[in-house]
Design a protein around this ligand. Structure first.
Ligand code: 9WN
Length: 449
């Protein structure tokens, strides 16, 4: 399907409405992920939000990242949620009980797990735009990179050490939420070994009150497993080594690993350009080493038959063969040109964006040709605009500008109704989950810039 360029009127309406959504979700120093379902700051959402805001205001975008860094743990971990205000979101701070953790930050309540390291990718894009504009924006952005370089490096080092203690080159996650793709079929097999115990405190879900149909969200059985893993993290005091010894879910995540590799290279680039990270600690070199290790880990995970990267269940030693968007991790971190071309063709081909049943030819979370595909269930098939953005970004970065532009235009057509939904039914095009989702509005602004 060919998709045409939106008209000037459509562009004007969409950017106005996207800006309005971000403004309405702005709580001063941070942006809520969505107005009702997610009334806090989420880590990887904040990265996307920052790059969208930067198209309108570089200072406000940098503040978003500064705010996120205020929740950084002493280990370097950037937590997946910062709870700035009381709300009915579940699980809230009283369930996470991070006061048991020595490394928690002072003065801000957070969850105790993390999310994909998209932030430095966003920062480097913000810096690039700020430089194009020059003047005060450029000065501010450069100063921000100098100021925060060590904090980003500490975040990446945390993932590279505490989460890859045996140097496999794959970042270990301890909860499906850490992947950002909560109920993806990627995790079905490891979650089958997660067994909530009777001494887990009871809970009542709050999320279902915010969606029209519960089948758009994870099931109750899945939720009980999610909560049990939170419990296991609390009981091991958020100590990664202690959790690894006893926790039910320990998986090497290819997408997180690829993002870490890409972000580490970008951090090293920025460090070199601005003359930071070159001191005795050798931050630039450390970043390059992290990038190399995780790029190698991602490329090693590729199944030669399918051409897709695979996660590794570190409890059973099994590769997880699922046709999910994470299979395109090598496109994000690069390192093998033949594979990049193969993945580009696969991505645009009939098992993925070019599948004949898709309303819009944009990245689905699971291949519609896979038996695991579910049309309207969360990360089991629906299209998440941020995933499409990531693929377009990756293609651009590898010089595949035509393919990137195809995804960009298709992504904009999907968002033309200006609902800025959390995710989209891939066959009918219907909007699903939350509306006015910040990161969806943010990537629309970036696509339009
Ligand atoms: C749990 C905020 C977040 C996203 C995740 C998405 C969803 C939370 C939830 O919402 O997860 O972290 O309660 O379902 O899966 O990717 O960051 O938008």
């Amino acid at each position: 399907m060919t998709v045409s360029q939106p008209s000037a009127v459509e562009i004007g309406l969409m950017s106005g409405r996207a800006g309005y959504v971000l403004r309405a979700n702005d709580r001063g120093a941070f942006t809520v992920a969505s107005p009702t379902l997610y009334p806090h700051m989420w880590s990887w959402d904040a990265g996307f939000v920052a790059l969208g805001i930067a198209t309108v205001s570089v200072p406000r975008a940098l503040n978003e990242l500064r705010s996120l860094l205020s929740g950084q743990w002493a280990t370097g971990m950037i937590p997946h949620i910062l709870f700035h205000e009381p709300s009915d979101y579940f699980p809230g701070p009283e369930r996470w009980r991070t006061q048991v953790a020595a490394a928690r930050p002072a003065g801000v309540l957070t969850s105790g797990i993390c999310q994909p390291p998209i932030h430095v990718i966003a920062l480097s894009r913000i810096l690039h735009d700020a430089r194009r504009r020059g003047g005060a924006d450029q000065e501010l952005a450069e100063e921000f990179v100098r100021e925060t370089f060590d904090q980003w490096l500490a975040w990446h080092q945390y993932l590279a050490t505490a989460r890859d203690p045996y140097s496999y080159g794959l970042v270990e996650i301890h909860h499906g939420w850490e992947s950002g793709m909560d109920d993806s079929p990627r995790w079905d097999s490891p979650y089958a070994n997660v067994h909530p115990q009777p001494d887990m405190p009871p809970f009542v879900r709050a999320d279902l009150a915010h969606v029209a149909d519960p089948s758009q969200r994870p099931s109750d059985t899945e939720y009980a497993r999610y909560l049990w893993l939170v419990e296991q993290k609390v009981r091991t005091r958020y100590d990664d080594t202690a959790y690894r010894a006893t926790g039910d879910f320990v998986v090497g995540d290819v997408l997180v690993s690829a993002l870490l590799a890409a972000a580490s290279d970008l951090l090293a680039d920025m460090g070199e350009e601005l003359g930071v990270g070159g001191g005795t600690a050798g931050g630039v070199e450390q970043s390059r080493a992290i990038a190399r290790r995780f790029r190698t880990g991602v490329l090693r995970s590729v199944d030669p038959q399918t051409g897709l990267a695979r996660d590794l269940d570190l409890r059973t030693g099994q590769w997880l063969d699922v046709e999910s968007a994470a299979g395109f991790a090598p496109l994000l971190c690069g390192g093998d040109e033949a594979l990049t071309r193969r993945q580009r063709d696969l991505l645009l081909g009939p098992r993925w964006c070019g599948h004949s049943r898709l309303r819009w030819p944009v990245m689905p979370s699971v291949s519609p040709a896979s038996p695991a595909f579910r049309e309207q269930t969360y990360w089991r098939g629906p299209q998440w605009p941020v995933l499409n953005w990531l693929m377009a970004w990756a293609l651009n970065r590898s010089g595949e500008t035509e393919a990137a532009n195809q995804l960009r235009l298709a992504g904009l057509s999907q968002l033309i109704d200006c609902d800025f939904a959390e995710y989209y039914q891939p066959v009918t095009g219907e909007t699903l989950g939350s509306r006015d989702q910040s990161w969806t509005a943010a990537i629309a602004l970036d696509f339009l810039a």
